[in-house]
Design a protein around this ligand. Structure first.
Ligand SMILES: *[C@@H]1O[C@H](CO)[C@@H](O)[C@H](O)[C@H]1NC(C)=O
Length: 326
């Protein structure tokens, strides 16, 4: 371990102002390929999520708590992928891998807070499904608009608050040595690995905060779904069971993909052989989760599909009329 005065000396000598993000891959021939793939993913993510927001805003049938949550989740995922993908895509194109240190902290702040908000929002959505399936008679009284707004506001506010503590602690660290992150965005572990001081206390603190951010909503979701599934299994008729299950299957898919990849990334040990694998799974949950939500809902959810058909035919009529009139 380096002692305090040595650290001080180093810090004064080389005050780092930027990091280098190595990214996914540095084979020059593949940069254009990666650029195109991720640009396509980003475009689909943004347009898919905006489509869901527009559908929910335009269609009266979708003005229910379940779809308000979905609309807010889609907004969140638009921001979420915007904290990571544009920077990554431009790096493929320009080859410029540097990021100012403040930019790195900012990216971690928004990314971490939005992931946390997503966890809480998914938990709120499963609570909504729990009430709809296990307490159908009281659903409309229990899940009213006020509760809906409160759940959404509390999720976002508490996550942004908690993550500002972690980000503050991170920004107080001194970075003096190597400044290369073997990752494609500023995640917690790769950044604090570069700090030239003892980070054990900081890690412990951050671990407790991230448990609050991710573990609590995960357990809440798990509890809601165990009630939901045991209720569904007790429905005597097959059609009744299918109908009840179809109201939560899309959400269950999204939850499984999100937590599945999250658990893999943060649970597998970070040794050298597994590091590449870790990066691959990081791509899954940062890049693919936001795209799964619109795809699942547009292809599988009956109400969203109907709203989509209605919107398409309205647009067709509109353009036909405009064409006839002109
Ligand atoms: C988010 O939730 C609020 C409160 O329920 C709702 O009024 C709003 O329309 C939702 N936003 C979107 C984009 O669906």
């Amino acid at each position: 371990m380096i002692n305090a005065t040595a650290t001080q000396g180093l810090r004064n000598q080389t005050d780092l102002t930027e990091f280098i993000l190595l990214g996914i891959n540095d084979v020059p021939e593949l940069q254009i390929f990666f650029f195109s793939v991720f640009l396509l993913i980003y475009t689909v993510t943004i347009s898919g999520n905006l489509l869901i927001v527009v559908l929910i805003a335009c269609d009266q049938h979708l003005h229910t708590p379940m779809y308000f949550f979905l609309g807010n989740l889609s907004c969140l995922e638009t921001f979420y992928s915007t904290t990571i993908l544009p920077r990554m895509i431009t790096a493929f194109l320009t080859g410029d891998r540097t990021i100012p240190i403040w930019g790195c902290f900012l990216q971690y702040y928004f990314f971490g807070s939005l992931v946390g908000s997503e966890c809480y929002l998914l938990a709120a959505m499963s609570y909504d499904r729990f009430l709809a399936i296990c307490k159908p008679l009281h659903y409309s009284v229990l899940m009213n608009n006020t509760l809906c707004v409160q759940l959404i506001m509390t999720s976002c506010f508490s996550c942004f608050l908690l993550n500002s503590i972690t980000t503050y602690l991170m920004s107080r660290l001194s970075f003096c040595g190597p400044h290369t992150l073997d990752h494609f965005f500023c995640d917690f572990t790769p950044v604090i690995m570069l700090a030239c001081e003892d980070t054990r206390r900081m890690e412990l603190m951050a671990f407790s905060l991230s448990s609050l951010i991710a573990l609590v909503p995960f357990l809440l979701t798990l509890i809601s779904y165990s009630f939901i599934i045991s209720t569904i299994l007790r429905i005597p008729s097959t059609t009744g069971r299918q109908k009840a299950f179809s109201t939560c299957s899309s959400h269950l898919t999204v939850v499984t993909v999100f937590y599945g990849t999250l658990v893999i990334v943060y649970m597998i040990p970070k040794n050298d052989t597994l590091k590449e694998l870790n990066k691959v799974f990081s791509v899954f949950y940062t890049v693919l989760t936001p795209i799964v939500n619109p795809i699942v809902y547009c292809l599988r959810n009956r109400d969203v599909k109907e709203a989509l058909n209605k919107l398409t035919s309205q647009l067709c009529n509109f353009f036909r009329d405009a064409w006839i009139l002109s």
